[in-house]
Design a protein around this ligand. Structure first.
Ligand code: SF4
Ligand code: SF4
Length: 137
């Protein structure tokens, strides 16, 4: 095989790799990281979804929930949402069917790491931890 055709193949492979990477966030190399690993863009953690390696997933039991929001206060990843709009739990104890910032609004699974603090601290046992492999999504 000639050098020219080898070069052309390499170029094509590089282009296809580039196309695959389109839309994906480009990771910084070590030379791009500020000295001391300082974070220069405040609030940037929202751009990094950190729930992918979760082993256990919290599951809400609306019939037991009183909207005390202790889980919201204690979640280290701010992964408890508020404001249960069109709450499917309508009719259950303490849960409003109207948007309300004081209501439990579900889990943000993009950021929940499955630590289980919410489940162990909920005074009403309204959160259970289940193995992640029980879920299809
Ligand atoms: S701690 Fe338990 S009862 Fe309180 S809002 Fe969370 S799930 Fe509901
Ligand atoms: S399992 Fe941990 S990270 Fe996930 S919602 Fe509960 S307290 Fe937050």
């Amino acid at each position: 095989m000639s050098n020219e055709s080898e070069e052309a193949k390499k170029e094509e492979a590089a282009k296809s790799q580039e196309a695959k990477g389109q839309g994906e966030k480009k990771l910084k190399g070590w030379k791009d990281i500020p000295i001391g690993g300082k974070i220069l863009e405040p609030g940037n953690s929202v751009g990094y979804k950190t729930g992918a390696w979760r082993t256990f997933r919290p599951v809400h039991k609306p019939e037991l929930c009183t909207n005390c929001m202790i889980c919201w206060m204690l979640c280290p990843d701010s992964a408890i949402k508020v404001g249960g709009v069109n709450d499917p739990n309508k009719g259950h104890k303490g849960v409003s069917d109207k948007p309300n910032l004081g209501n439990f609004g579900g889990f943000n699974l993009d950021f929940c790491k499955g630590c289980g603090i919410c489940a162990s601290e909920c005074p009403f046992k309204a959160i259970e931890m289940h193995e992640e492999n029980e879920f299809k999504d």
